[in-house]
Design a protein around this ligand. Structure first.
Ligand code: BYC
Length: 310
């Protein structure tokens, strides 16, 4: 087939909803976009373990500790599925990890904020995993087979994460005055950064048009953000928490909860590496990687011994 025919066949598959598989021909930019987005996603899962991991030793009960431990382990698993799925595009995982560690690769802005109280753990499960579910339920239908299949499993686990988070939040919100204040204060800090997780507004999103043309993304950043707000505001009302947005109002005609202006300057500042904890997150990842060098060496020695025996 000529290049032109290959492109036509690729576009036909995308149009008809067939998945693109690793050995199928694909435009170079489709491959590049997927490597960019999937590796960022994998890094987010791994760096995302840090804010919550911070509370495992201080969970208020054994039940909470078990739940949190399981959740953090799940995030590690998500990172591994996603690195494996990215490798199907012909890139090596060590190269991707190197780019995370030297600060070249991005990961979700949300993980550069601190977890100051136990209530933050509830908020991450409820809001951050809640936002991730909305974004990832869409990506589970994306045109690239390995990404889409990884996300079907990831979404199932994220649902458990969201439930454990919302349960913590609702317990605290219905608890003592001090607990209620603690959870409201945490809500005030996490609300706006969570809205930023969906990415810049559509008009400032350079990648969206291409990703939507190829059905990697099926909805735009602003559409998903609105969907999240519409779902989450009633959940906040149900546990008597106040959304920290004086401009929030319900529009009867559209059925949307309209929200105030997001601080995009803060968002870009965090994305560029200047958020509250960007430097610390990268340092912790680099240190952990260095401490794990002996495990990688041992695994390589074992693998090469076995391949020489075969
Ligand atoms: N943070 O053209 P745009 C989880 C970058 S983890 C940082 O709109 P796109 C969890 C963007 O990369 C869930 N950077 O981009 C884990 C681009 O820069 P480059 C993480 C951001 O790709 C542990 C530039 O801004 N989920 O659930 O069309 C515990 C322009 O943006 C962000 C994923 O990674 C951001 N928030 O859309 C708990 C989902 N937003 O690369 C929970 C997969 C934008 O051109 N990713 N940028 O230099 C996506 O769905 C899309 O990549 C995004 C951005 C919606 C994030």
């Amino acid at each position: 087939m000529s290049q032109e025919e290959k492109l036509k066949e690729f576009e036909r598959k995308i149009e008809s909803g067939e998945k693109i598989e690793p050995k199928d021909w694909m435009p170079e930019n489709y491959r590049k976009q997927l490597i960019r987005m999937m590796s960022q996603h994998a890094h987010s899962e791994i760096v995302g373990m840090l804010p919550e991991g911070n509370w495992i030793t201080r969970a208020p009960s054994l039940r909470r500790k078990l739940g949190l431990l399981a959740k953090v382990q799940d995030e590690a698993g998500h990172g591994l599925y996603l690195y494996s799925a990215t490798e199907t595009l012909g890139v090596d995982r060590s190269e991707l990890i190197e780019n995370l560690h030297n600060g070249k690769a991005k990961y979700s802005s949300i993980f550069n904020y601190p977890t100051l109280t136990w209530a933050d753990i509830g908020l991450i499960g409820w809001l951050v995993d809640g936002a991730a579910i909305i974004n990832q339920t869409m990506l589970a239908k994306s045109s690239y087979g390995p990404y889409s299949r990884a996300l079907i499993r990831i979404c199932k686990e994220e649902n458990f994460h969201k439930k454990q988070g919302y349960e913590i939040v609702s317990k605290l919100a219905g608890g003592t005055k001090k607990q209620k204040e603690m959870v409201q204060e945490a809500f005030n800090r996490w609300w706006w950064p969570t809205l930023m997780m969906f990415g810049p507004p559509d008009k400032d999103s350079p990648n969206s048009a291409e990703l939507m043309k190829w059905k990697v993304k099926l909805n735009s950043n602003d559409d998903l953000r609105q969907r999240f707000v519409n779902l989450t505001v009633p959940q906040a009302i149900a546990v008597d928490l106040k959304v920290p947005d004086p401009d929030l109002k319900y529009n009867e005609e559209t059925g949307n909860w309209e929200f105030g202006e997001i601080n995009w300057e803060e968002f870009w500042n965090v994305v560029k590496g200047n958020g509250p904890l960007n430097k610390e997150r990268l340092k912790v990842r680099n240190d952990a990687h260095d401490r794990g060098a002996w495990v990688r060496e041992a695994a390589e020695a074992y693998a090469s011994k076995h391949s020489s025996l075969n």
